[in-house]
Design a protein around this ligand. Structure first.
Ligand code: PHE
Length: 522
């Protein structure tokens, strides 16, 4: 696919080469999800027990939904909400903007976590892995005299430093997005190979540690104990969507810069396998360290990567600082290429719909985005008695993550499959995909997107909702004191603001008079 076939695409941006697109899409997929969230989910759900649901999620949901999201981009040459408008009419656009609004919330806290990783990276150059720890909170249990990353982390988030890092990450993200596909492609050509290299260094180090191989075996030994536990399935499905960057419109934006005849079955397979391959390697590296140092992680999602791994690295026989720096640099780079895609996935539909310049669209995303990211980095300590979730920002982040992570991506995927499968017609999509692909999708694909995926996703979403409603409102582990209203406010703010944003944007008149934009051709 050397040359562009669509001239209009030239102003929107276009990937210079297929490899540029693959690097960008895999850079989007490979991120904090593959390192931080994957390891903690695999640990929580019992190592080998996680794999069956995980593989089923990959083949039954992941690859098919990626084929849909990529194809929406090349069918229409537009990003998600505008593509949905063209293909399924106004209700499609509503759903599209809702998804994009959810992406904005996820971007906010994704960048805060990246900001924390950047602050830890700076710490790794300094005393993070070598200086004796001093407990920041009176009530914190057992601050050790050795290096203690947990103590360091909670001390760090209770300072103003992460706010600076958050601003720095936003600045880097915007810089990479400045000239659209041109600058994105230049950045991923450096960053994506670099993160594979760092990961390879870490896995070699992990496996050559005494006892490291046991960690790998634990991860790979099938374990059927958890197979009847719905939480394992929910965890695997949500993880797969997040890891593959699905359900938020991101992949459609990236694919809209491809020529119409791009082979989307091939692209989806390549990107999914690169992503899951990386996730596997990351899992091995992390579990080998866990086993080598017999560390038992406790606490929330971030604990494995932010406290446990640094703790393991601090016990390496040599070159502690070097490996510490490698690890946090890896997190920052992997996360940055994903944050870039999240922001592009929001900015690009604004350009398509409103006809505004890229600079204006980036500013529209950046202002609310940065305010949110800074709010999650707020250092005010609200609960000194606990060793996790002590700051206001951390608790807010934890609660928003609970709602946004468990629901938005899966709901996005569900609506997409139902609308494309039933309103546009699964056959139309399938015919389009098959025209440009070496392999062809059989009729089973229609069944997949009309029935199988919607049923599975409805069950998972319903199950999660049932748990949330019957188990009382999600609280994180914090005693909120005078902020007691927050656990209820977070989901309400999230739901109302995403619905309002979606209604406002859907009802704005589109800037161009492309006949497809106003009526439903289906
Ligand atoms: N896939 C990214 C990760 O694993 C996160 C992401 C989700 C990015 C959705 C874009 C869209 O970290």
């Amino acid at each position: 696919m050397a040359e562009l076939t669509r001239t209009a695409a030239e102003d929107r941006g276009a990937w210079k080469s297929k490899i540029g697109f693959i690097l960008a899409a895999s850079g989007s997929a490979i991120g904090l999800g593959n390192i931080v969230f994957f390891a903690s989910n695999a640990y929580k759900f019992g190592g080998g027990a996680f794999y069956l649901p995980y593989f089923i999620a990959l083949f039954v949901l992941g690859i098919p939904v990626m084929i849909i999201e990529f194809s929406l981009g090349t069918m229409t040459g537009k990003s998600f909400p505008v593509a949905m408008r063209q293909l399924v009419g106004k209700k499609g656009e509503y759903a599209g903007w809702w998804t994009i609004s959810c992406a904005l919330f996820i971007t906010m806290y994704y960048i805060t976590i990246l900001g924390w990783a950047l602050t830890m990276l700076v710490g790794a150059f300094g005393g993070l892995l070598t200086d004796p720890a001093i407990a920041p909170f009176a009530g914190m249990d057992s601050p050790s005299d050795g290096p203690n990353a947990t103590v360091y982390f909670f001390g760090m988030i209770a300072t103003w430093a992460p706010m600076l890092s958050v601003a720095a990450i936003w600045a880097m993200t915007i810089l990479i997005l400045w000239r659209g596909t041109k600058t994105i492609e230049a950045a991923v050509r450096i960053f994506v190979p670099l993160m594979w290299l760092f990961m390879v260094v870490l896995i070699v180090r992990g496996l050559t540690l005494n006892g490291g191989v046991d960690g790998m075996l634990y991860l790979f030994t099938p374990n059927m104990d958890g197979i009847m536990d719905v939480n394992v399935w929910q965890g695997a499905f949500a993880q797969m969507f997040f890891s593959l960057s699905l359900g938020l419109g991101t992949m459609t934006a990236y694919a809209s810069y491809l020529p119409k005849d791009a082979d989307q079955i091939n692209n989806s397979m390549v990107v999914s396998f690169l992503n899951c391959g990386f996730e596997f390697i990351a899992g091995v590296a992390i579990f080998s360290m866990l086993f080598a140092f017999a560390i038992v992680p406790s606490g929330g999602t971030l604990s494995l990567s932010f406290f446990v791994i640094p703790q393991g690295i601090a016990e390496f026989p040599f070159w502690i600082k070097g490996f510490g720096v490698f690890f946090f640099l890896l997190l920052v780079i992997a996360g940055l290429t994903s944050a870039v895609s999240l922001v592009e996935g929001i900015a690009s539909p604004l350009i398509d719909k409103l006809g505004i310049s890229r600079t204006k669209a980036l500013a529209l995303v950046m202002f609310p985005g940065i305010i949110g990211s800074l709010a999650f980095a707020l250092p005010q300590v609200i609960d000194p008695a606990i060793s996790s979730g002590g700051t206001l920002g951390f608790s807010l982040l934890d609660m928003l993550d609970h709602w946004a992570f468990s629901y938005s991506l899966l709901i996005g995927g569900l609506i997409e499959c139902v609308m494309i499968g039933w309103v546009l017609g699964a056959d139309k999509l399938r015919t389009f995909v098959n025209e440009h692909s070496k392999f062809t999708l059989g009729k089973w694909f229609n069944v997949q997107i009309k029935f199988v995926i919607p049923i599975i996703l409805s069950l998972v979403i319903g199950g999660t909702l049932w748990q949330d409603l019957s188990g009382g409102l999600y609280q994180s582990d914090t005693d909120f004191g005078s902020f007691g209203w927050l656990p209820a406010a977070i989901p309400v703010v999230w739901i109302i603001s995403t619905l309002v944003m979606s209604a406002v944007l859907t009802n704005r008149p589109a800037h161009d008079h492309d006949p497809h934009n106003v009526s439903n051709p289906a």
